[in-house]
Design a binder for this molecule. Structure first.
Ligand code: SF4
Length: 299
């Protein structure tokens, strides 16, 4: 096992919302059009435009299969989807399948897939993949994911307890091209979600601690199959404070347990050495990067 203490920001996997290093500029349900501080490339199909990101020669795209969600825990309090939908008088609790549902299977006139092989696909930026209302659509979604095994899919969720609903019969120990990112924001959700997550047959497991709302004690449970812990604060005008000591303590536990750690963004209010810093949205990623505390374990 080779251990490297600090890794390049540009090699870090993008994360959900801010985790993805993506700055939302406009929401027009059922789509959110996003632009990144990385290289954004406009793509289009049937009059719709979406953006893809080129990171280290790898393309990344966002795939919103359905739109709408329900708040289930503290991390949802300032949900981005609700904030954006309110600008359009849209009820975020209504869950609808989007016109982009079949995006991975869309082809160009020459027959090639619109999403080229090797692209990383981030799912459900405006919902949750394991939402109950989406149960009837998930079988078809899994079929598309299975068919596009030339892509890599990242699926963040706060509903890891519903992972098994409509899971494909051939899932086995997991699809090698699918990463499941279990989100936890405080100790209460860690106690609930981490044991479930650890017990599931998933090839690539990412623990996404965002928005980090308190210190976390993993009780030594990171060992084994958790591939990475990624940490971020909360964004938005009402953002709650993220304490840098919490971040460092998570990092310490990752190092002790031989798990990769990534501090992907500071959030809008970061407390460090007793002082609360307000950090502009466009600086939250670079400020985290400047901390230089990422830690990578190559397995
Ligand atoms: S699970 Fe995610 S999308 Fe759904 S309400 Fe919570 S924060 Fe919003």
């Amino acid at each position: 096992m080779i251990i490297r203490a600090v890794r390049s920001y540009w090699s870090a996997p993008p994360c959900f919302y801010s985790w993805a290093g993506i700055i939302p500029i406009m929401a027009s349900p059922p789509f959110c059009f996003l632009i990144s501080h990385r290289v954004a490339l406009p793509l289009s199909w049937k009059g719709q435009t979406f953006f893809a990101w080129r990171i280290e020669n790898k393309m990344s795209v966002m795939w919103n299969l359905w739109h709408g969600c329900h708040k289930i825990s503290e991390g949802c309090r300032h949900c981005y989807v609700y904030r954006r939908d309110s600008l359009y008088d849209k009820d975020s609790r209504v869950v609808t399948r989007t016109a982009a549902f079949d995006l991975p299977l869309r082809r160009r006139r020459n027959g090639e897939y619109r999403i080229p092989p090797g692209t990383r696909v981030y799912t459900c930026f405006t919902s949750d993949f394991f939402l109950a209302e989406a149960d009837e659509w998930r079988t078809e979604a899994w079929a598309m994911i299975r068919r596009r095994c030339d892509l890599s899919f990242v699926i963040p969720t706060k509903r890891i307890d519903r992972f098994g609903v409509a899971l494909p019969a051939d899932w086995g120990n997991g699809y090698a091209h699918v990463t499941i990112a279990c989100t936890i924001e405080n100790q209460e959700q860690l106690e609930k979600r981490l044991p479930i997550f650890k017990a599931l047959p998933i090839c690539q497991k990412l623990l996404l601690c965002e928005p980090l709302l308190g210190s976390l004690d993993f009780h030594g449970l990171l060992t084994g199959d958790i591939d990475e812990v990624s940490v971020g604060g909360e964004s938005g005008s009402d953002a709650r404070v993220c304490d840098y000591d919490w971040v460092l303590d998570i990092r310490r536990q990752c190092i002790e347990q031989g798990v990769s750690f990534h501090f992907h963004q500071t959030g809008a209010r970061l407390r460090k050495e007793g002082h609360i810093y307000r950090i502009r949205r466009d600086l939250q990623y670079s400020q985290a990067r400047r901390a230089g505390i990422d830690y990578e374990v190559f397995r």
